[in-house]
Design a protein around this ligand. Sequence first.
Ligand SMILES: [Zn+2]
Length: 101
Amino acid sequence: MRFKKRKTIHLYTSRVKSKPHCPQCNKLLDAATGISPHAYPTPDPGSFSVCAECGAFLVYTDDLQLRLATAGELRQIESDPQWAELFKFAAQASLTWRGRK
Ligand SMILES: [Zn+2]
């Protein structure tokens, strides 16, 4: 019998004081739930994000506003199995959250 290796993924919700808006749907995204293999993930410049309202793939800028991820950045996520798994999880969580409205 084969057992799956257990993995720990941390979820941590924090306020984003810069009060960014989604560039795709314009929703105020002043809270973020970080998903990471590391404890207490918070958004930093360059962090990837998924809009909880519309599901857009986003990136935090130097002043912690949000912009759409570029095609190159999306390919970067898809080519790294760990990132791809985290984003699959985030996209599913976003869908579940949107389904509650
Ligand atoms: Zn959005």
